[in-house]
Design a protein around this ligand. Structure first.
Ligand code: SF4
Length: 225
């Protein structure tokens, strides 16, 4: 990103906070240890999940897991951004990326993006009963082939197989989440941290609808106008 020679300091417009919460790095561990952040504030972007690239603005599969501060509701705006007063409610204890970001010069931020990222396995104790469920989704619902599967949907000769593969993944993803919730009864606010976004929600962004009947989901392509 080019440097702007006019702007030299943050005027707290808050625009950066409306574009999504920061990813967490090892340097942010104390925020969790000191309860400045808790797990309900977080969302996991699983390895392979498409996210918008900082440099190109296009969706690209993540190379490793990312734990971020959640957006508000279905929006990207960081949950700690208070729109009325355009202020960060945890400003004194904001994560590394927020303290490095200067919108007029993103070099410092770019130097840390994708490096020394925290993952769920750094945050949750290995003996926690949620861990086997997290591993089950990671192993049985790999997102690393998602880009190829989405691309296969656009070709007539591979569309049916790709839909069948994605349908299997969506049902597996939902079954593991349901089993974890039935056994452990955790707050639903933790689901996005434990498991990331359900696959059917990710697919909806790519024009794929999910229909549920008798506990089983089927997928179809949303007809284009
Ligand atoms: S933590 Fe604060 S500074 Fe960082 S994105 Fe959220 S509101 Fe903005």
């Amino acid at each position: 990103m080019s440097k702007n020679t006019i702007k030299t300091e943050c005027d707290r417009c808050g625009i950066c906070c409306t574009k999504g919460g920061p990813s967490l790095h090892y340097d942010d561990r104390n925020l969790l240890l000191n309860n400045r952040l808790n797990l309900e504030h977080l969302i996991t972007i699983r390895k392979g999940e498409p996210v918008l690239s900082l440099s190109t603005g296009d969706p690209e599969p993540t190379q490793s897991e990312i734990v971020k501060i959640k957006g508000r509701g279905t929006e990207w705006t960081c949950i700690f951004f208070q729109e009325k007063e355009a202020k960060c409610t945890i400003y004194e204890h904001r994560p590394l990326e927020c303290s490095l970001l200067k919108c007029w010069d993103t070099e410092n931020l770019e130097n840390v993006v994708g490096r020394n990222l925290l993952s769920r396995y750094d945050i949750i104790a290995s003996q926690d009963p949620i861990v086997p469920f997290i591993k089950a989704i990671d192993e049985q619902c790999l997102l690393e082939n998602l880009a190829q599967q989405l691309s296969a949907l656009s070709r007539e000769n591979s569309r049916n197989q790709a839909l069948a593969d994605l349908t299997h993944l969506v049902n597996t993803d939902l079954a593991i989440r349901s089993q974890a919730f039935a056994e452990l009864r955790f707050s639903l606010d933790l689901e996005l941290f434990f498991f990331g976004r359900p696959l059917f929600k990710i697919l909806n962004q790519y024009g794929i609808e999910t229909h549920e009947a008798n506990g089983t989901c089927t997928l179809s392509l949303i007809p284009s106008l």
